[in-house]
Design a protein around this ligand. Structure first.
Ligand SMILES: [Zn+2]
Length: 169
């Protein structure tokens, strides 16, 4: 599991692999346990999961994709409303019952809604030049072109190098 998005909502969008406009090649979220693993890895508490929660997470993934790639937040708005209906607002912020399998989805929806409200972060939102994954560019001069230098960046550099050599020969 690669986590290069720099934000749980973007990492969620990046859990499905494939070329844009083509059917998915691979999906990190295949079973309810995958949702718990993913949520824990991105720092969102997840003590329980279920098939319904997995399906909700996949729907939230599509909603986040539309919100952050296509600027259509209607699906995310609905998910955030569900999250806040199920949650409790306390000093320190929103909380959800750890035993509820949907809590991880609600926490992810809350994180996504916060990202959409964060103009400074949105100004750093990029799509990888190679794989189209979404990430926040936290580099100083905001010039990062790839989701990850180890994967896409290095490959692109290699390709360029090969192209250059071909051009020379
Ligand atoms: Zn990439």
């Amino acid at each position: 599991m690669r986590l290069d998005g720099g934000h749980p909502a973007l990492d969620l969008v990046n859990t499905v692999y494939g070329q844009v406009g083509q059917p998915p090649e691979d999906d990190v979220l295949r079973a309810p346990e995958d949702l718990m693993t993913f949520a824990t890895r991105v720092g969102v508490a997840a003590d329980a999961s279920s098939t319904a929660a997995l399906e909700a997470a996949r729907r939230l993934r599509t909603a986040c994709e539309r919100a952050f790639r296509d600027d259509d937040p209607t699906g995310l708005e609905a998910a955030a409303r569900r999250a806040y209906r199920a949650g409790t607002l306390r000093r320190g912020g929103w909380t959800w019952e750890d035993a509820d399998p949907m809590s991880a989805v609600h926490r992810l929806a809350h994180a996504a809604a916060q990202l959409l409200a964060d103009d400074d972060a949105l100004a750093r939102l990029r799509g990888c030049h190679d794989c189209c994954w979404l990430y926040l560019d936290r580099s100083k001069n905001r010039s990062r072109k790839w989701c990850s230098m180890e994967d896409c960046g290095t490959n692109a550099k290699k390709r360029r190098y090969v192209e250059k050599r071909r051009a020379l020969s």
